[in-house]
Ligand binder design. Structure first.
Ligand code: DAH
Length: 342
């Protein structure tokens, strides 16, 4: 009887050891463990068979079965441990990083010089209490011209100067129409600026078919030319520095009366006269004036009660002066060698 049991134990051991060679992953390891060591497995089955042994034989066989259990448990654990190690090793091999490779150079982007200038100008005006508004780049004749008191026969309305989209629509030629939109939708007082792109049929060293302006408008009771001069002189000094000369020169715009243009002393020559300022020593950077009563009438503001001033700053012009650039087209050619310098 005892020999028979010993043979059975041997057979279970042999079979288990043979099969463990085919265990190749966690799933097959678990199947193997259930088959031999599980509650209904081959090893517990041997234990139940011990009932038929003589009392004296039982401890001997019991020890044999326990030894087998220990051996098989060790075997399967060793097996599982080796998968984990293999998995780790292959993961390490897969994820190996060659730290001797040179790094990739990351070129940081930077803001376009026009955008930098625009942000700078907008900051100065918001710092003085102006709110920022935007308007559409495709406008109707009414907002771009009519409401701004630009007469029907004004040369700016010519196909030569304005890009027409179709019939009544056009690409705005200035940011002034935003004044009209804002006054139509807001009661006075209005302290606004409107930055944005504008379009004109024009292209040479100092003109680009698309360029940028910041419009400004200040309307309330008792606004005077003195306020205009104060705000715009402060603006020029902030942009170009305290030492820069600023002058107001009489001019004409249909939407302001009286009108002026503001010049600053030439940043290239400091005012002595050079090619860039055409020997005048001055460079124009903005147009301005007291809002024409006709414009107030168009937006149903009462011209007897209200006064105001308006201005339009050419941002490209300011950028050219700030950075000492003599050809506006450089801003729009997207040549990184140029743009990287800012
Ligand atoms: N819109 C004018 C232009 O594009 C600039 C300008 C002049 C705007 C006088 C104004 C202004 O608001 O009062 O040339």
């Amino acid at each position: 009887m005892i020999e028979e049991m010993m043979k059975k134990i041997e057979a279970v051991r042999d079979e288990a050891m043979k099969e463990v060679a085919f265990v190749s992953d966690a799933g097959s390891a678990e199947k193997w463990r259930v088959k031999y060591l599980g509650r209904k497995g081959a090893v517990p089955a041997l234990l139940t068979e011990m009932g038929s042994l003589e009392a004296a034989e039982r401890p001997v066989i019991g020890r044999q079965i326990n030894d087998l259990k220990v051996v098989l448990t060790d075997e399967i654990e060793r097996c599982i441990g080796s998968f984990a190690k293999m998995g780790q090793e292959s993961a390490i091999a897969r994820e190996r990083i060659d730290i001797t490779l040179p790094g990739r150079v990351i070129i940081p982007g930077n803001r376009h010089p026009i955008r930098q200038t625009m942000d700078y100008v907008v900051d100065i005006f918001t710092g003085m209490g102006f709110s920022v508004f935007e308007g559409p780049e495709i406008e109707s004749d009414y907002y771009n011209f009519e409401a701004l008191n630009v007469p029907k026969d004004h040369p700016a309305r010519d196909m030569q100067d304005t890009f027409y989209v179709d019939g009544d629509s056009l690409l705005r030629t200035h940011t002034s129409p935003v004044q009209i939109h804002v006054m139509e939708s807001h009661r006075p007082p209005v302290f606004m600026i409107a930055p944005g792109a504008v379009y004109r049929r024009d292209s040479d060293v100092s003109h680009s078919p698309m360029f940028y302006q910041v419009e400004g408008l200040m309307v309330d009771e008792h606004i005077t030319f003195k306020d205009l001069k104060g705000v715009l002189t402060t603006f020029c000094r902030k942009v170009f520095g305290e030492k820069h000369g600023v002058r107001f020169r009489p001019s004409f715009f249909p939407f302001t009366e009286p009108s002026a243009e503001v010049d600053i002393s030439c940043v290239m020559c400091g005012g002595t006269g050079c090619r860039v300022c055409k020997m005048s020593g001055w460079m124009e950077i903005l147009g301005c004036g007291m809002v024409d009563p006709e414009v107030f009438k168009a937006v149903k503001y009462d011209p007897k009660k209200l006064t105001g001033f308006a201005f339009g700053v050419g941002i490209d012009r300011v950028a050219m002066l700030l950075y000492g650039i003599n050809d506006i087209r450089l801003f729009y050619e997207n040549d990184l060698r140029f743009l990287e310098q800012f």
